[in-house]
Write a protein that binds this ligand. Structure first.
Ligand SMILES: Nc1ncnc2c1ncn2[C@@H]1O[C@H](COP(=O)(O)OP(=O)(O)OP(=O)(O)O)[C@@H](O)[C@H]1O
Ligand SMILES: [Mg+2]
Length: 585
């Protein structure tokens, strides 16, 4: 989980931009404005009561025990107690509402983001952005802003009232307060940095643990327990150091506050005694002065932590903005897709994932209704071709067209629905066999249809032996199944959908020879009269294809039928010879 640096180090100019994503996010998310305003109003009401209490006490100390004054003082205390309980509930309630709004916004955005964004931001990081980062942002309007408003109101109110008591009392606080607030802001800034370091270390540690714990079989296979033990210790140690530093930073607040308390007491008592002794103010005014200052500084003590929370929310905003400002996939486009009844043409296509070119000026056409196989060495760009057809990514140069129409012109949902894609890494959902098969199918699917699809994909034999048949849970992301079983479920999914076009990426690579043969037969039925693109290492699978494309390091090295390529293409020839166990001629 990488912690994105906030922009402080890049200088003032960039720093001012922090608020831009924030404001954009505010407009995008529907915030509960009524509750935010209501919360601010009741907080201000509570602050008003806070401001009234010392003055009422002063009057009582001065001998004014009129019923209105005494009842007023009691009323203020009761009102404050009632309001503070109410405020703490409304504040949390508002925070949950804001949380919900931000999370909803991010989730919607993530569902519409291109795969490219998920290549950039790791899954762990996405999780922390939608959970903890949103919480940090939510407290801005449910806590930080109302608190700042209340603190400002109390500060200005206190100084104003003190001026009405005596200008010297007002002036003393008007000079002392800015110094106090300035030091607390500085402290907040520094403490935030230390806090951020700690968060970074914690993120590293959790990332390390999360990654390693799912890879235990890998660690055992490569006998790297000792090295990983050391690496874990280093992470734990560096988190420990950062924790100590953070505690130290927290602790420094104590002597700092203590020092200010001493200065403040000297000011209150010294100035008070001096003014009383000179009969400039009376004793009751001094009591009022003392109470105002004590109350105000009790509130100002929270400034440091408020400032830290504000800075943290800025960091969170920057990270969330990276998600919400990423361009969405364009779903609505000019053209409706009638049917895939034309050839799919790659015309001078080049593509890279950001660095080296993966496809280099590739030209071929996928004939409609025929089976095209793509073969070639690993890393040559075969899966990339399927990703481009699915429009997970877009070409950098050249065009992909259906007939004469660029594929980017068709409505994306219609386009993707036209393809049945069995991906190389066989993604399955946590859930039952049935849930996996019907995922994304809009119509009612009967048990018979599911069974039929499983039989076709040669998966029925194992599914019927599961203890709850098609309603058996297959573990987290299908983890309770073997590679071959997963593959057959993925194929059954395609049988159930019966899409216009098939994209099969190594769809039978994990099957034993007998199952493979059975699935291949089923697939032949499926691919019959249907545009199909089949990637396979096993050349027996591609032997009967109408057209075979040999892809080598991002370039097309040959196109033709098996017989043609055996004669003309050296790479293909070598491949076949190697698989047959004979030396290449
Ligand atoms: N999401 C990605 N981000 C960056 N690079 C990628 C990504 N996916 C693939 N690549 C790179 O693109 C190249 C082609 O990958 P591709 O998956 O298309 O190969 P392939 O022919 O399907 O290989 P295999 O037979 O091993 O499945 C590889 O060098 C790979 O490292
Ligand atoms: Mg591949």
């Amino acid at each position: 989980m990488e912690i994105i640096e906030d922009t402080n180090e890049k200088g003032e100019k960039v720093k001012s931009k922090i608020w831009r994503p924030y404001i954009k996010l505010l407009f995008k998310a529907k915030l509960p404005y009524f509750w935010i305003v209501f919360l601010t109003v009741i907080i201000l009401a509570e602050s008003t009561l806070t401001l009234m209490f010392p003055d009422l006490t002063k009057k009582i100390v001065g001998g004014n025990i009129e019923t209105a004054v005494v009842l007023g003082a009691v009323g203020v205390i009761v009102g404050k107690v009632a309001l503070s309980g109410f405020i703490s509930f409304i504040s949390k309630f508002t925070m949950f509402k804001i949380d919900k709004s931000y999370r909803g916004l991010i989730w919607k955005q993530l569902m519409r983001s291109p795969i490219e964004l998920f290549d950039q931001v790791k899954a762990n990081e996405m999780v922390s952005r939608t959970s903890t980062d949103t919480a940090k942002m939510s407290i801005v309007f449910s806590y930080i802003v109302p608190s700042f408003i209340s603190v400002t109101y109390l500060t200005v109110g206190t100084v104003a009232i003190l001026f009405t008591y005596d200008w010297r009392l007002g002036l003393a606080q008007a000079i002392f307060l800015p110094i106090y607030i300035g030091v607390y802001f500085w402290y907040g800034h520094w403490s935030y940095k230390v806090n951020k370091q700690l968060q970074g270390k914690l993120a590293n540690l959790t990332q390390f643990l999360a990654e390693l714990l799912v890879n235990i079989p890998l660690i055992k296979t490569f006998v790297t327990e000792k090295a990983e033990d050391q690496r874990g210790k280093r992470n734990i140690q560096s988190y420990y150091r950062a924790s100590v530093k953070k505690k130290l930073a927290d602790w420094i607040e104590h002597p700092m506050t203590g020092l200010f308390d001493v200065v403040q007491s000297i000011l209150v008592i010294g100035l008070g005694v001096y003014l009383v002794s000179r009969s400039i103010i009376t004793m009751d005014v001094w009591v009022g002065y003392f109470l105002y200052v004590t109350t105000l500084f009790g509130v100002l003590n929270t400034l440091g932590s408020l400032f830290i929370e504000l800075k943290m929310s800025q960091g969170a905003t920057t990270r969330i903005a990276q998600l919400t400002e990423h361009p969405e996939e364009e779903y609505e486009r000019q053209k409706s897709l009638p049917s895939l009844n034309q050839d799919l043409i790659f015309d001078h296509v080049s593509f890279d994932y950001g660095e080296e070119k993966v496809l280099k000026d590739v030209n071929f056409s996928i004939p409609h209704g025929k089976v095209t196989a793509i073969v070639g060495p690993s890393g040559g760009g075969k899966t990339t071709i399927l990703s481009l057809i699915e429009q997970f990514y877009h070409v950098n140069e050249g065009t992909i067209t259906l007939g004469n129409t660029p594929i980017e012109n068709f409505h994306l949902k219609e386009w993707r629905s036209a393809f049945g894609y069995v991906a190389q890494d066989i993604p399955l959902l946590t859930g039952t066999v049935r849930e996996n098969l019907v995922y994304g199918v809009d119509r009612e699917v009967s048990d018979d249809e599911i069974t039929e699809a499983l039989i076709q994909a040669n998966a029925w034999s194992f599914v019927q032996n599961l203890h709850e048949g098609i309603d058996t849970h297959i573990g987290e992301s299908g983890g309770k199944l073997s590679g071959g079983q997963r593959q057959r479920l993925a194929i059954a999914r395609v049988f159930l959908r019966s899409p216009q076009c098939l994209l099969l990426d190594e769809a039978t690579s994990n099957l034993d020879t007998r199952s493979e043969k059975a699935v291949q037969e089923a697939m032949q039925k499926l691919t019959k009269d249907r545009t199909s693109i089949v990637i396979a290492h096993d050349l027996a699978t591609v032997h009967d294809a109408d057209q075979i494309i040999v892809l080598d390091e991002g370039t097309v090295s040959g196109i033709g039928t098996h017989e043609q390529l055996m004669k003309e293409n050296e790479l293909y020839h070598t491949f076949v010879q190697l698989q047959l166990g004979k030396p290449a001629l």
